[in-house]
Design a protein around this ligand. Structure first.
Ligand SMILES: Cc1cc2nc3c(=O)[nH]c(=O)nc-3n(C[C@H](O)[C@H](O)[C@H](O)COP(=O)(O)O)c2cc1C
Length: 217
């Protein structure tokens, strides 16, 4: 078990899992018990999670891949002034998978793995009641990061995926999620494939002074 600082530093997005190595349910439950300690506005506890494993996960993946084959996902578009960041991350992530910048077919296949939950045996769907707003989404985010860290501390890998929210009707139909809940994102959970170089990628962060100001006088 890692301590908190180790877990923060060790956590990274896993983009290929060991398909046949399930995560014991009690490890996931332990991580969730810690995650629900997250703060939330008025203690609303706005997180709603649905998990799919086994045949339910396989049916979900099949339905998502079928849709992704023909329809572009409805994921939020980044404003122009931020779009270069997605391109830079794409170059880094797909580069680490050995995919050349202009190899559009290899890239397409790598992107499609999103809807396979990167082969993770456990697929999570993160939802929030549709009447709640931005401030409550902050609470879901705090829950999620705590969950990710608790998984990391237990040697379990994860990847948060907005791509899953790109086909909300497919996810709703497969997992019986009502319109009352907005689907915010997915989360792939499993044991990382150690031989996949992209799983060891250390995505750089801005220096603090790009995002933080201290005002003293
Ligand atoms: C809300 C959210 C949505 C994300 N959606 C995706 C996604 O759809 N596909 C993907 O491969 N990574 C996704 N990521 C992972 C980010 O790309 C990743 O967290 C970021 O590049 C930093 O890398 P790291 O997690 O390895 O530190 C998402 C992360 C967050 C927090």
């Amino acid at each position: 078990m890692y301590d908190l600082e180790d877990a923060i530093v060790m956590r990274r997005s896993t983009r290929l899992f060991l398909r046949d190595k399930p995560v014991p349910r009690d490890l996931v439950t332990q991580a969730l018990e810690l995650a629900i300690r997250a703060p939330s506005n008025s203690n609303v506890q706005p997180w709603q999670m649905v998990f799919a494993s086994g045949a339910a996960r396989d049916r979900l993946v099949e339905a998502l891949l079928e849709r992704a084959d023909t329809v572009a996902p409805a994921v939020p578009v980044l404003p122009d002034s931020f779009a270069h960041l997605r391109r830079e991350l794409g170059a880094l992530v797909y580069g680490s998978m050995g995919i050349a910048r202009h190899d559009t077919e290899a890239r397409r296949l790598a992107v499609l793995r999103n809807w396979e939950f990167f082969r993770a045996p456990l697929a999570g769907i993160v939802c929030m009641h549709r009447d709640l707003g931005h401030v409550d989404a902050l609470g879901v985010g705090m829950f999620l990061q705590t969950f990710l860290l608790a998984l990391t501390a237990r040697g379990v890998g994860s990847c948060v995926q907005v791509s899953i929210a790109g086909y909300p009707d497919v996810v709703r139909a497969q997992l019986d999620i009502s319109d009352e809940h907005r689907i915010l994102c997915g989360i792939a959970i499993g044991y990382p494939d150690p031989d996949f170089p992209a799983n060891h990628l250390d995505v750089p962060r801005n220096p603090l002074n790009r995002n933080v100001r201290f005002v003293d006088d």
